[in-house]
Design a protein around this ligand. Sequence first.
Ligand code: SAM
Length: 264
Amino acid sequence: MNWPSDFQPRKSLGQNFLLDENVLRKIARAIDPKPEEHFIEIGPGMGALTKHLLEAGSHCTAIEIDQRLIPLLQERFASYPNFKLLNRDFREVDLRQFARARKLRLAGNIPYHITSHLVFTAFAQRTLLRDMTLTVQREVAERIVAPPGGKDYGILSIISQTFASAELLFTISPHVFRPKPEVESAVVRWQFQPPPVPIIDEDFYVQMVKTVFGQRRKTLRRSLSKLMKADAQLDFIDLQRRPETLAIAELIQLANACAGIRGK
Ligand code: SAM
């Protein structure tokens, strides 16, 4: 696709357009779109990835915030009955309006400055979703898939790995984007699935993870003190541990136990 002569990308919208067809084909192969599937694409830009989803025969609802790109997208995909376009902020779209018997799939090369916000918005609607494949900043991708024990293991890793399996598929050089971003990129795939251990109160679980990782240098006993009584006893876990040493299943067990103690 030719670059429109008068178009100035906006940094405030995280606009770095992916121009390399080989990379786009690689992403499309990883997504493997099928005719009967319905994709929600976050930030189609000029339609670089959209084209691959539509050509595979998938249904694609593209959600683009930048009004300047709307006529261009409408014109480019006018001949595709399987294309639908919304000029909206993805974070404000209720995906229930697109839900059918088959689960939705989410895809996009997203604006990096709001990655966490977009990912958490998607996770809040995960019961409608089968999977999500996003191009994100490489450092963020590494945090998403990080195992317990290291500095990268935090809220993004835990929410991702509690409610999905998360995989870093491959990295992408800055040189294939226009304008060139200052950072490397990576493609991440989340496949939504039930948590490894049932969670009694999901809101409390998320609140607890945010609380203990918001003060990650503190021991669990200190950071949990706001959420439960000071003399509460948890005999199955050493409260002198730091939060980043806990595996997902341990965090869930801890939240389940705290939720029980809190209620007494
Ligand atoms: N997918 C295109 C590509 O690969 O060339 C564009 C990628 S660019 C990194 C991110 C796109 O997301 C831009 O088109 C931008 O306008 C759009 N965008 C930014 N914030 C958005 C939001 N909150 N909701 C929907 N789209 C957004």
